[in-house]
Write a protein that binds this ligand. Sequence first.
Ligand code: GRF
Length: 195
Amino acid sequence: KRVAILISGGGSNMVALARSMTGDHPARPVLVASNDPQAGGLAKAADMGIATASVDHRPFKGDRAAFEAELQKILTEARPDILCLAGFMRILTPEFIDSWAGKMLNIHPSLLPKYKGLHTHARALEAGDAEHGCTVHEVTAELDDGPILGQARVPILADDTPETLAARVLPMEHKLYPAVLRQYVIGNRALVEIS
Ligand code: GRF
């Protein structure tokens, strides 16, 4: 199976995914693409020998369809079977999402359905939650709302700040996403749970 990974920044989740696709793993990374030509993850992907591409979203201003048309050209060339959003920070249109229905995953740093959107760690702290975590889900037109494929949980500690909490969640993302992808590739949809 061919996997393309979309990033916007450092790409630590992309690195974890790429590193997992070796040996008898039935998938391989065929492309890492970003909406930011300066994304740090692009250099990491290149260092790992993975093809990279970028489509700067800024020249397109609010024209999401035009940006996505360029992105689709790159994806068509790479012909991935699965698209993994990993720290990808652009909202995708329902049309784009429909074209990848059943083939697109995302990781979100909260225990969905709690805390869709941004600033999830601060919101979990604010709410006084005892635990927090991350979720891998199939992408649907509704933001951060698709079928949940896996979750990883961490305790929230009394002296946590958004930063210390994020630092506890991120390594769990790096465990969860590869575990979910491996199951997803072989057609297994049983919930993956890590704590
Ligand atoms: C992280 O905050 C992570 O929780 C979320 O996207 C951000 C950047 O991730 N998924 P990455 O290091 O670019 O994978």
